[in-house]
Design a protein around this ligand. Sequence first.
Ligand code: NAD
Length: 514
Amino acid sequence: MTTMQKNNLPTADDLRDRVRVALQAVGADAALGEPGVSGLAAGSPITGDVLFSVPETSPAAAGAAVDEAAAAFAGWRTTPAPVRGALVARLGELLTEHKADLATLVTVEAGKISSEALGEVQEMIDICQFAVGLSRQLYGKTIASERPGHRLMETWHPLGVVGVITAFNFPVAVWAWNTAVALVCGDTVVWKPSELTPLTAIACQTLIERACADVGVDGSVSRLVQGGRDIGEALIDDPRVALVSATGSVRMGREVGPRVAQRFGKALLELGGNNAAIVTPSADLDLAVRAIVFSAAGTAGQRCTTMRRVIAHSSIADELCRRIAAAYETLPIGDPSVDGTLVGPLIHSRSYRDMVGALQTAAADGGEVIGGHRHDMGAEDAFYVAPALVRMPGQTEVVHNETFAPILYVLTYDDLDTAIELNNAVPQGLSSAIFTTDIREAERFMAADGSDCGIANVNIGTSGAEIGGAFGGEKETGGGRESGSDAWKAYMRRATNTVNYSSELPLAQGVRFG
Ligand code: NAD
């Protein structure tokens, strides 16, 4: 649609202009074709229009990108880590300079509201800073040897080429989490972004190539391949790709994990979540409601950490639901690039169909649905929805699924053991939270018999993690950890070295031989 649309949505031509301006600002000279020309369709959920056609990588060209990254690895792995850090420092500077341009592209392609899009780019800048520090802290251990005159230690070495496969909903941050850390660890990277967000990928690739040129590094340390799952498959099946770091749905992880394992490659899987918050009788309800509304309705329910379940104590459940429903009523829904909008569009029609289907199933299971209707923005192919609150009589099958849309199921409990059981009773294990002012409840939630998730928060929502901690989840979420803490170890290989500096040859475990 190129005409002015109802409810002041921008036109497709407006969006094209924004994309051109942002790409030009970062220095990308990508050959963007007219929509319909062969290649990847680059669209926007804001209006549902296809904006451009973007060159698509063939499987053969994906193999060539791995060739280049593998060749670059030979030199990069012996480049001192702090020198590798200088490249990531330069990337961080360029990201800071182009924060607004990248955020514009994130909003256009993924439909994130401006402040969340800026936040996503800030996360890239933060991880660059983290990785630069890390480049001087790739420590191994020295271990007491049981033998006299011996030194036992661990050293960490680069792995090789890292294949990074990313999802549409964090089109730039997840690439940066992986790339910044992989590069300082001495790995080279081949990135396959979501086929739904090729424009942001072009911008990121332009910036990393510029950073390479600025610090005198071969740009082949970071390559971009664009396409759908066949291009992802070209990476996962390539034995030169030492680590596949794949972010996306559980379905994708089920395919990627075994295929990489088949060739004894390493996989780091960051898959779907089904995140809950327990709200106890002692909770500060004002704070809980604010956190729940951001976690459940923010990003239109399209974060892996989106809150999908509230497990409320029966004494406060009615009051909590009343307050969440009231807050939902006030949420501005619409064009994500307009200041003040808090809920933007779903990514595509399939997400909307999934949402409608899940709500119908929940209602058939006895759920009481509040909200969840389509918000008419006058654009047939754009899907804006009111977040849905669903009071469920119990945790039926539909509540076990991750529906990638703003649906918040409310369950009730009477004792904390039951609440924790409900929290853990889903196949996914990404993020979780408890709202309580009772230290016993808070500690119990984080203990070994508490939440089984990779993230267990107290008095904050399930989404919006900081990069300093390791990020990831258990069970069907895949078990991978990225970003801060010691997540870097997944990007390196460990060697155990024993050095005998004596003139004797004592054997371990007291073994005598000859
Ligand atoms: P998706 O699984 O459809 O696609 C993710 C990526 O995998 C895309 O680049 C896609 O092309 C690629 N892909 C799909 N099948 C593949 C295959 N067989 N081999 C290789 N590559 C393949 O996911 P999506 O719809 O883009 O993103 C939403 C999902 O991602 C949600 O489930 C969400 O929870 C999850 N997610 C998880 C995290 C996390 O850190 N745990 C972060 C963001 C998103």
